[in-house]
Write a protein that binds this ligand. Sequence first.
Ligand code: PMP
Length: 419
Amino acid sequence: MNKTDMKVFEKHESEVRSYCRSFPTVFNEAKGSKMWDEDGNEYLDFFSGAGALNYGHNDPKMKEALIDYITNDGITHSLDKATTAKGQFIEQFNEVILKPRGFDYKIMFPGPTGTNTVESALKLARKVTGRTDVISFTNGFHGMTIGSLSVTGNAAKRRGAGVPLNHSVTMPYDRFMDSADTLDYLERFLENGGSGVDLPAAMIVETVQGEGGINVASKEWLQRLESICKRWDILLIIDDVQAGVGRTGSFFSFEEAGITPDIVCMSKSLSGYGVPFAITLLRPDLDIWAPGEHNGTFRGNNHAFITATAALDYWKDDKLEKSVKHKAEITHEYLQKIVENYSELKGEVRGRGLMVGIACGEKELAEKVAEKAFELGLIMETAGPDDEVFKLFPAITIEEADLKKGLEIIEESVKSVVK
Ligand code: PMP
């Protein structure tokens, strides 16, 4: 195999590339929780494609299903035509995920990415309510297009637009979330007539802010948010693009809170195999778009239907859920010990399930820990408004031994950084 010169990227790829800089090597193979670069170096992957690979790389059952489908000349692309693969996914998603949880949603295919599902939710909420504004929260992340960016509460990302982004109201969001301050403020805001003229169409929120620094919304906070939405007839959109598909322990991240969002956005790990795929789940009475009012070429990736259907096998019993809870306990305990043993870190453990991180007292520390970890063979990223959180996103199917090995690397990295 000819090795790729890193300079190829520097010379020809746009300056906007970012992960290419954080992990300066050329990767070419991956299986389960491991990745290998062209030099044969092995890395433990605690990044999981920013939450797009919850089941790890190249899951054998999904791979087999996909190879089988391709070998039999299954349809790859069909826009949104009815296909066997699509029918099977819709049926299985309903049977395995929605029905047992008591949810009644229509499934819409908005386009292949997380941003696509968010855009569809924002647009639909406006059409349904006839209102324009959408309330979102500080440090929330919802995507990079004009609409989804307008509800993203991160100044650095918003700067990418270069102009003010209208029609969104970003609420200050208490990082600890148990405090009801944000919601008190929100109620007063709504009582006073919202943004001045109209009530908002919707509120959009992540139950655990991923890019924003692993900020966990409590059950009570989410329940109260739901009741505020009901009181003011505002649609509640849960963006489960990153926190969904088992990352927090249950399939949907909001199950534990016992709420029923009006619209749910899902993507990332939904295809299970890293194939671009997204769905928007809507309350059936919100299904008001006429055919063609919201379409797009890549709404029907049949390879994604195949792998996503195979991934649903993980949810036919509670084995995975239980094992995520077990591994989450190990992780939280281990991280807590790191924080206690290395007080120079001024660290705070955050998270739910296997969506976890340590917020460091100083921004540079998190980056240094992530850099050191990479040197020691572990891939993880940083998050938060100042990149002050190092974020652990192991595959939810990770072997316990690999999880422990990764945690040890993190401890060693912290030790070497704080010395
Ligand atoms: N919502 C959330 C919560 C996300 O984390 C992301 C991606 N990080 C998106 C939306 C946008 O998804 P995509 O990058 O696939 O467009």
